[in-house]
Design a protein around this ligand. Structure first.
Ligand SMILES: C[S@@+](CC[C@H](N)C(=O)[O-])C[C@H]1O[C@@H](n2cnc3c(N)ncnc32)[C@H](O)[C@@H]1O
Length: 454
């Protein structure tokens, strides 16, 4: 992080603005809107700025900047087109440890103005650290579209209720649950519309017991790229108190989970500890019974080779409420990012997802059914059994020239795709380093990668 975002309370603070043109005028507007008391120093001051100064009874000096202008100042903004003046003001302010902004000059500034989305009291600030004003504007446009215009009313309502909630529900976790439940209730729309009386009806739950009930969110985290998370997954990731995640959940995905939640790795491979399925099932039950909202975050889709069904069975047995959120399974993610459509009118009319996990060197599958052309077979967990997979497919009638692709760490920045045919792929893989997790795609559609790869 090059800059630490902070919100500066300017009411009762004194700001110095050096410069009298249009740029200075825009900064003056902003500083005055934030409640600053303002002094403007410039040999010439444009008409709109003079009018603004008069309206807000600010101070002006029609002369060049002098050292004593820095006295009793909390923030210095320099908006002249004279580089020597800007550099001099910045240096003198720096000597006095005063925060200084030189407009459009990040190098001379110790603070920079962000793009602002103002839904007071909700204020959102965005910055690219001075790298690209165009991108900053784009981010602002996106946020403007995303945050409803009257969102500030919502914050005002919740702010007004804060003390009352605190007195009635002294436990912070209970209060958080109340506000989260309110934000998904019709009360939210009433509050946004400014109808606080109607909103009030939805704020306090009927019973406190309702609040102490835990639940489990079984959520698919997708194959790795955090942009492939669903909106529902992101919502629940922000809501959970405890997170149990497996080895397929990427760091990039994990960084989108609520910052202050307790995160526990319960993967079965990749680290020193090995968490067996029964332990995970028991943990889910125990944590939910203790009143936590537990996020069970799994790579890909929880119901595709994810053992999600088993985890739900233990929850059902204990009558624990749960929600399931599907994720993009690695077959979809890897094939899309590798340019391999899993079906195609001309080449493949069906697709099978199978596990290629070998047991005692054998991959025990219905090989005869895989012999037909015009079908795509996706092997999950097949890297260790690759040789056996190719041998069996050929032995059961698939042409040795059938294309095959291995996609390693699909959809992440480290994605690697290796292509060959059933006869050659093993020797190709021996020469390459293929990291886990790896997905194997077999079928004529693999050849389309040559033209469809992004
Ligand atoms: C236990 S299965 C879990 C599958 C997961 N539930 C899904 O829907 O993708 C693990 C296997 O999924 C595949 N896999 C998961 N994520 C992957 C990724 N990012 N790239 C390649 N293969 C992946 C690999 O074949 C791996 O061995």
């Amino acid at each position: 992080m090059d800059y630490l975002p902070l919100f500066f309370k300017l009411q009762t603070q004194h700001c110095l603005l050096v410069g009298g043109g249009q740029v200075a005028y825009r900064k003056a507007e902003l500083l005055l809107a934030a409640g600053a008391s303002l002094t403007v120093v410039a040999p010439d001051i444009c008409e709109p700025l003079l009018a603004l100064i008069a309206k807000h009874r600010s101070t002006k000096y029609l002369r060049r900047f002098q050292l004593q202008d820095l006295n009793k100042t909390s923030l210095v903004v320099c908006a002249t087109d004279d580089e020597a003046v800007n550099a001099n003001v910045a240096s003198l302010a720096g000597e006095r440890c005063l925060p200084v902004n030189v407009v459009d000059n990040a190098a001379l500034s110790t603070v920079i103005f962000p793009a602002i989305i103002d839904r007071s009291p909700v204020i959102i600030a965005a910055s690219t650290g001075g790298k690209s004003p165009v991108l900053t504007r784009k981010i602002r446009e996106m946020l403007e579209a995303l945050i409803p215009a009257n969102y500030g009313n919502l914050a005002t309502f919740l702010g007004d209720k804060r003390l009352q909630l605190k007195q009635r529900f002294p436990i912070a976790n209970e209060r958080r649950k109340i506000v989260e439940a309110f934000l998904t209730s019709p009360g939210k729309s009433f509050a946004e519309a400014g109808d606080y009386q109607a909103a009030d009806e939805y704020l306090i739950p009927e019973s406190v017991a309702q609040l102490s009930a835990g639940e489990v969110y079984l959520v698919g985290a997708g194959p790795g790229d955090p942009d492939l998370l669903t909106l529902r997954a992101l919502q629940l990731m922000q809501q959970a108190d405890v997170v149990l995640y497996d080895n397929l959940v990427s760091d990039a995905v994990l960084s989108r989970v609520r910052r202050d939640s307790v995160k526990e790795y319960v993967g079965k491979i990749g680290r020193a500890e090995f968490t067996c399925q029964e332990t995970i099932n028991d943990k889910l039950v125990r944590l939910a019974k203790a009143g936590h909202r537990v996020l069970r975050l799994k790579g890909g889709d929880p119901f595709i080779f994810g053992r999600g069904g088993e985890e739900l069975e233990s929850l059902v047995a204990e009558s624990i409420p749960f929600q399931v959120v599907p994720g993009i399974t690695s077959a979809s993610g890897c094939s899309a990012y590798a340019g391999i459509p899993l079906t195609h009118r001309d080449y493949s009319q069906s697709v099978r997802f199978v596990t290629g996990h070998p047991k005692q060197g054998q991959v025990d599958l219905a090989w005869r059914e895989f012999a037909h052309k015009n079908q795509t077979i996706v092997f999950y967990m097949g890297l260790g059994g690759l040789k056996e997979i190719c041998r069996q497919l050929i032995a059961h009638g698939r042409a040795p020239s059938t294309p095959i692709a291995l996609v390693s760490k699909g959809t992440t920045p480290d994605q690697k795709t290796v292509v060959g045919d059933l006869e050659t792929i093993v020797s190709i893989v021996e020469k390459e380093h293929i990291a886990r997790p790896t997905l194997i795609i077999v079928g004529e559609v693999v050849a389309l990668r040559a033209t469809l790869s992004p």
